[in-house]
Design a protein. Structure first.
Length: 103
């Protein structure tokens, strides 16, 4: 998984065909709940799907740009364009079901 910031976001976004960005914060309980799930998916889908994490407290510009109002928010980008947005914690199977048709 890649740690993203305001300064590296665009470069990473356009260097990956499929990028799932986790907009999160350290104090967010549901964010901590899905972190291990995202880690698992990152290993299982290596080479197909890249996962990035962006701390909204430290990177407000990017969070504002994508209108992230609640966390966790997961946005799936395909070739730099957002194709799916998921708000709130989900189980691994529910998360995979939501993004599967984009893989």
């Amino acid at each position: 998984m890649k740690v993203l910031s305001d300064s590296t976001f665009d470069e990473t976004l356009f260097s990956e065909d499929l990028l799932l960005v986790d907009f999160w914060a350290e104090w967010c309980g549901p964010c901590k709940m899905i972190a291990p799930i995202l880690e698992e998916i990152s290993h299982e889908k290596k080479g197909v799907l890249e996962i990035g994490k962006l701390d909204v407290d430290d990177n407000m510009e990017t969070a504002r740009r994508y209108e992230v109002m609640s966390i966790p928010t997961l946005i799936l980008f395909k070739k730099g364009e957002p194709v799916a947005r998921l708000v709130g914690a989900r189980s691994k199977s529910a998360l995979l079901k939501e993004i599967e048709n984009h893989l």
